[in-house]
Design a protein around this ligand. Structure first.
Ligand SMILES: [Zn+2]
Length: 295
């Protein structure tokens, strides 16, 4: 399963990708971590990245893509990956698209973690980091974790909590502005490709993880139908290949649109009936549509 998580600073993207990594047994690929590791190992890309960072320049997209390409070649990424922190703008998203097409590893899903603006500000302003071990705490969203008795694995005494300079309120507003301007357009980019799911990322961390899992496993059913597609092709109705009307036409051509159609066909075929089409001709792939059509 190849996934991109999108979300503003404070949306819980980092936390949720950590949890997904454990539950789905696929690596989380953070470009920040990749850069740090490449610099530390002194690889060719790492040396170039260090040059840029030392000179106060942004690391070029092509260089980051090179690191992603190297990372995806590692055996643990064969089953999939969670990309966190990349892409951050349209140019990067397009470049990533091209890279993944070359590698024949296209994205399966892009999940947008939606959190209200005020809540984002509150979450980031409440963030405290241990200066010794780097663990992140939150005064507001997880006050229970701030136990005085807990021992820092680095020092053996209490965690030394500081507020990182870019977590103060003035910086937060600027980070959110940059997100809105540069990263938010990716929502439409991926929606047009039929890859986007939006989940409500407010509330308990566990609850958000549950919603995220639901969004991921919603794509697995249609995937299973893929193998059935070859055998059902002969049974398919002539209408099946007709493009859907209006705004959904583009989405219908996308991979997931094809998967949804295939699933509907497979479901219908397994009951020995031709695929049904809802009266309005649009919702055939959904359960609701099938139910409506049966009435
Ligand atoms: Zn600590």
């Amino acid at each position: 399963m190849r996934i991109v998580l999108l979300g503003a600073p404070g949306s819980g993207k980092g936390t949720q990708s950590q949890r997904l990594m454990q539950q789905e047994h696929i690596p989380q690929i953070s470009t920040g971590d990749l850069l740090r590791a490449a610099v530390a190992r002194g690889t060719e890309l790492g040396r170039k990245a260090k040059e840029a960072m030392d000179g106060g320049r942004l690391v070029a997209d092509q260089l980051v893509l090179g690191l992603i390409r190297e990372r995806l070649a590692e055996p643990d990424a064969r089953r999939g990956f969670i990309l966190d922190g990349f892409p951050r703008n349209l140019a990067q998203a397009q470049a990533l698209d091209r890279l993944l097409a070359t590698l024949r590893q296209p994205l399966d899903l892009v999940v947008q973690l939606e959190v209200d603006y005020g809540e984002l500000v509150r979450r980031i302003a409440g963030r405290r980091t241990c200066a010794d071990c780097g663990r992140v705490f939150n005064l507001f969203t997880a006050p229970g974790q701030l136990s005085e008795n807990e021992v820092c694995p680095r020092t053996g005494s209490a965690h030394r909590l500081i507020q990182r300079p870019d977590d103060n309120e003035a910086t937060v507003t600027e980070r959110l502005r940059v997100y809105d301007e540069q990263t938010r357009p990716l929502i439409e980019f991926y929606r047009a490709r039929g890859l986007l799911r939006v989940i409500n990322a407010e509330g308990e961390v566990d609850e958000v993880t549950r919603r995220l899992e639901q969004a991921l496993h919603a794509i697995e059913r249609p995937k299973a139908a893929k193998t059935a597609r070859a055998s059902t092709r002969k049974l398919g109705s002539p209408k099946r290949s007709a493009p859907r009307r209006g705004a959904s036409r583009r989405a219908a051509k996308s991979a997931s649109g094809m998967r949804r159609k295939a699933a509907a066909t497979a479901r219908a075929a397994s009951k020995g009936k031709p695929p049904r089409r809802a009266p309005d001709g649009t919702r055939t792939g959904t359960r609701r549509g099938a139910r409506r059509a049966r009435r």
